[in-house]
Design a protein around this ligand. Structure first.
Ligand code: SAH
Length: 465
């Protein structure tokens, strides 16, 4: 059977719900936002429905159903667990031409209720025509991840200037182009990233001379791609990746993640290895500005989190100076990703009350770190870029008073199918790195929390049984 999807206006209408259990409560919740008057008929009410009656959100008409209750009613929902009663309600409603929904019984319904992705006033309704409510729910869960939570706000903002745009752009085609440029460009992105004031002021700038702004203004998304597993991307990262015109990525970003960017986006590899730069940092900064000034939506995709040993701050510094709209999307940083996938909690009530992130990047063969702060007890040290400096690092920690038997883990290519975790002690881990030829990208975790791995390891690594 095929249904006609419609959205019913129920303001000041009267709805009757027969039944007062949890199923009825879910239906009542769907009705609640419509400003309908809701009457309930039920022998017993679950606590949630009871609370709504107490708050005068709905009225309990009676304990027993009576067809007379349908007299002034515009819509009925039968949500009792008495099949015979549900059947009677459906029949009475049909006789009176009142739309009726009977839970879990599409045959008795004159309308069915969809699964809804609600971004009021935007609503996406999903129906399988009653074939599989679970499938509808799963689909809904997928859409929930795709539609940003601030879409409702965006729709409200568009509504607030709709008339003005109509007057300024009387030609429909131009108006459509204007809306497209607003909804796919920096105004929408500013709003979705919580910069409402900036979005409104940019929208008003556009409204002063709408025709001029029909061509898009460029912008930059500085996005953290996480440590490797594409499933660890954020919803926002994925959405921006799929709407970018050009992608600048470096070596650390896993190919599987770069592949998720829009298929026809230009991809620019900007290298970046600690010793050899395919493009200098200044060149990257300049390129971001140049591409955005050409009106492009530029994705600057970085490994992990852009603000943790990622020079993200430098890249947006130039953008801020040039007045180019940008946003920063955090990613799961390597310390966090590797620790989780290796079964090593970075903090733990019994072993570590703090955690520090450091870089093992050598300057003239030396490590310039605050050793006293690092050798504190009850602290986990997460070392980025530490493989090359492992010997200097461990010796310095021991020389500054850290116990040589402190456990250490090295996680190579964490969160990917090639993840390998090695464990040892502060006194012997440097030898292990040489023997096993451990290579970057690898994360070192130093501290008693490493002991927990024996019990908590869950992610299967190559070579595990
Ligand atoms: N901004 C990134 C870090 C960049 S520095 C972040 O937040 O994760 C690069 C270092 O990160 C590497 O040398 C390595 O120490 C660590 N790293 C990044 N990805 C990793 C991975 N998948 N496995 C292990 N270490 C990783």
């Amino acid at each position: 059977m095929k249904f006609l999807p419609v959205f019913l206006k129920l303001e000041d209408k009267t709805c009757l719900v027969v039944g007062g259990g949890e199923v009825a409560y879910r239906k009542i919740q769907s009705l609640a936002g419509t400003h309908a008057r809701i009457n309930v008929v039920a022998r017993a009410l679950c606590p949630e429905v009871e609370a709504l009656v107490e708050q005068e959100e709905l009225i309990k008409l009676a304990s027993e159903y009576d067809p007379a209750q349908l007299d002034s009613c515009d819509l009925v929902i039968a949500a009792t667990n008495d099949e015979e009663l549900n059947r009677r309600i459906s029949s009475d409603a049909h006789d009176r031409h009142i739309p009726v929904n009977v839970v879990d019984n599409p045959g008795l319904c004159s309308f069915i209720m969809p699964s809804v992705v609600d971004r009021n006033p935007v609503q996406i309704a999903i129906s399988t025509g009653g074939a599989s409510p679970v499938l509808a729910r799963l689909l809904r869960a997928r859409l929930e991840t795709l539609v940003p939570s601030a879409y409702g706000k965006l729709a409200e903002l568009m509504k607030s200037v709709r008339e003005e745009v109509k007057q300024k752009l009387p030609v429909q085609r131009e108006r459509r182009h204007f809306w497209e440029s607003v909804l796919q460009g920096p105004i929408a992105e500013l709003l979705l990233s919580g910069q409402e004031d900036k979005a409104i002021s940019l929208l008003h700038q556009h409204l002063e001379d709408p025709a001029k702004h029909i061509s898009q203004q460029g912008e930059v998304y500085l996005v953290g791609g996480g440590p490797g597993d594409p499933d660890l991307l954020t919803f926002r990262a994925l959405r921006l990746m799929q709407q970018s015109d050009v992608v600048l990525y470096d070596r650390l970003v896993a190919p599987a993640i770069v592949a998720l960017a829009r298929k026809d986006a230009d991809r620019i590899y900007v290298g970046k290895q600690s010793d050899q730069h395919a493009m200098s940092q200044d060149e990257i900064n300049e390129l971001l500005v140049k591409l955005a000034n050409e009106g492009k939506r530029v994705l600057r995709l970085k490994g992990g989190d852009p603000f943790i040993f990622g020079r993200g701050g430098e890249e947006i510094d130039k953008l801020a100076e040039s007045g180019i709209p940008f946003q920063v999307v955090p990613g799961i940083t390597a310390a966090s990703g590797c620790a989780s996938y290796a079964g090593i909690p970075l903090t733990h009530r019994d072993y570590a009350q703090s955690c520090v992130f450091i870089t093992g990047h050598l300057k003239d063969g030396k490590l310039d770190l605050n050793w006293q702060a690092l050798v504190q007890p009850g602290q986990t040290i997460a070392v980025y870029m530490g493989v090359g400096a492992v010997r200097v690092l461990c010796e310095s920690l021991i020389n500054n008073g850290m116990n040589a038997t402190t456990p250490v883990a090295i996680i190579q290519q964490g969160t990917t199918i090639d993840q390998r975790t090695y464990t040892g002690l502060l006194s012997n881990i440097a030898d292990l790195v040489e023997q096993q030829d451990i290579k970057p990208p690898s994360m070192m975790i130093i501290g008693d929390v490493v002991k927990l791995r024996d019990k908590l390891a869950w992610f299967k690594e190559p070579g595990d049984n």
